[in-house]
Design a protein. Structure first.
Length: 128
């Protein structure tokens, strides 16, 4: 095991994406239960190049448009967007406002239906 280094790891080749799902509860499962259905996902992204820009409303020269909204197929469109090839990017870090309790369920459900095998970080039975 290597000792910890006293330095912050480089994030030069990382795209950070912050997202949040909005849902409706129009679909009844039973008399007393309704299903949350994603109707919109909004995201905002940044990289280290755009982080130093003064105006966050302008597009970043490296990672492009900072804000996106998907409403046709919010989950599928978000996953497609996250998986797009980016020549400068080695890693995409997606962060949800309430991932462990709500937002991640839609991603995991789609991943399972696509037969993906996501690697989860757990704390007991909770997803971290």
């Amino acid at each position: 095991m290597q000792p910890l280094k006293d330095e912050v790891p480089s994030a030069d080749n990382v795209l950070f994406v912050f997202y949040d799902f909005e849902t409706s509860q129009d679909t009844k499962i039973s008399e007393t239960t309704k299903l949350h259905v994603p109707i919109l996902v909004c995201l905002q992204q940044f990289c280290t190049a755009g982080e130093i820009q003064d105006d966050y409303e302008q597009d970043c020269a490296r990672c492009g448009k900072r804000r996106h909204s998907f409403f046709e197929d919010p989950v599928g469109d978000l996953l497609s967007y996250l998986c797009e090839p980016r020549p400068w990017c080695k890693k995409v870090v997606a962060i949800a406002h309430n991932a462990k309790a709500f937002d991640l369920q839609f991603i995991l459900n789609r991943a399972i239906s696509l037969k993906w095998t996501p690697e989860l970080i757990l704390n007991g039975l909770k997803i971290v």
